[in-house]
Design a protein around this ligand. Structure first.
Ligand code: TRP
Length: 386
């Protein structure tokens, strides 16, 4: 038995990312590739140098094409099943960096259909409403409205379905079973769903009526979907989509990723300063049983969730993070001080984020695209013509 699970529907345990690289057949982002990215982007995001974005498929090809005057577009997504937490935000911050550095379009899929199909208690209306709610967090991150297209699958069902048909016809049930572990108890929407997640990788090619490279930044659990996309799309005459993949922001407790469904392990974008303080103060750390002992033998940042939050999101300055790490190991920095520093950084991020989130409400229309779905109007218009 593996001691961790990483599938699109479940992520748990202590994840061994080297093993994932082998099992999934993805490429690690090595020094050579980093050098190449830096050559073009002129700088490296700390998520790259810190191996938070750690693996890819065909990213080098994306850069080659870009350099040769064939730019890509970005595609990412979110399954709207609840409120947004910091673990969700992480890959989006990187996506924003890519958009800024390469000046490219972003297509952002909100898979309310997926969440409705896979999340038993979630109703259709709830999933759909979460699309609009979650879109506020996305917009708050500052994507360029001229270059960003956010859509709920339900709202864009027409074009998604028309193209998913062509994709679905090329995928057998036995492939779906093998790729996602679905069995005879799966509902039939679940079996079909992955074909909907493939379509955004060709939306821009469809619009422009020519092949356009697509780069998908995503957390590594989504790789099985895009493995299938890469199998099928060339059969329909499209490029294989490329990807750049990140690890998970860990839970504030021991083991696993930050999860919306387990209380106190996640910090939500709408948490109050007091909630953040409480959660961080209750976090699992690499500290010793007493302050005295910690001064004597030091703490252990490599198992500490507070350190991981500094490292992965809130202390992106290299000198500063090295300082935290060495002071912790030396017994100089105690957990209280380190937690307070993190609390202050998270709360200052959230204060700005929450303000921008409110300002995003009237901007929804500037970002969201939808197809007309009001059948009543369509029928009325048809009858008017008679
Ligand atoms: N299936 C993803 C989830 O549950 C949402 C998603 C759709 C996605 N398309 C994507 C995520 C592309 C990353 C990239 O969260």
């Amino acid at each position: 038995m593996p001691d961790f699970i990483v599938t699109p529907w479940e992520v748990s345990g202590e994840i061994d990312y080297d093993q994932i690289i082998k099992e999934f057949g993805i490429e690690p982002i090595d020094e050579k590739l980093l050098f190449y990215i830096k050559e073009i982007a002129k700088e490296l995001h700390p998520f790259l140098t810190r191996k938070i974005f750690f693996a890819h498929r065909d990213f080098k090809w994306i850069l080659d094409e870009y350099r040769n005057g064939n730019p890509f577009f970005l595609y990412t997504g979110r399954g709207p099943s609840g409120d947004i937490h910091l673990g969700h935000i992480m890959p989006w911050l990187f996506t924003k960096w890519l958009q800024d550095k390469f000046d490219v379009e972003l297509w952002f899929q909100l898979t309310d259909d997926e969440k409705f199909l896979f999340n038993q208690p979630l109703s259709y209306d709830e999933a759909y409403q979460y699309s609009y709610d979650n879109a506020l967090d996305i917009i708050a991150l500052g994507f360029d409205p001229k270059k960003t297209f956010i859509f709920s699958d339900i709202d864009l069902a027409g074009v998604l379905y028309r193209n998913a048909l062509k994709i679905a016809k090329k995928i057998t049930f036995s492939t779906i079973r093998a790729t996602f572990g679905l069995d005879n108890s799966a509902n039939i929407g679940q079996i079909f769903y992955t074909s909907i997640q493939t379509v955004p990788a060709i939306l821009k090619s469809i619009i422009e009526e020519k092949n356009i490279p697509c780069l998908i930044p995503h957390a590594v659990d989504q790789d099985p979907h895009f493995r299938l996309s890469r199998d099928v799309l060339p059969k329909l005459g499209y490029y294989k989509p490329a990807s750049i993949q990140c690890i998970f922001l860990p839970s504030l407790q021991q083991g696993g990723k930050m999860s919306a469904s387990v209380e106190n392990t996640a910090i939500f974008t709408q948490d109050s300063p007091a909630e953040v303080k409480k959660k961080v103060n209750n976090a699992f750390t690499g500290g010793q049983a007493s302050a005295k002992l910690q001064r004597e033998i030091g703490g252990n940042p490599s198992v500490c969730s507070v350190f991981k939050y500094h490292f992965m999101l809130f202390t992106l300055d290299d000198k500063e993070i090295r300082n935290i790490e060495s002071r912790c190991r030396a017994g100089d920095l105690l957990c209280g001080e380190c937690k307070n520093d993190l609390i202050q950084k998270i709360n200052s991020f959230l204060k700005t984020h929450q303000e921008r989130r409110e300002k995003a409400r009237p901007k929804l229309d500037k970002f969201l695209i939808k197809e007309r779905t009001d059948l009543k109007e369509i029928v009325k218009e048809k009858l008017k013509k008679l």
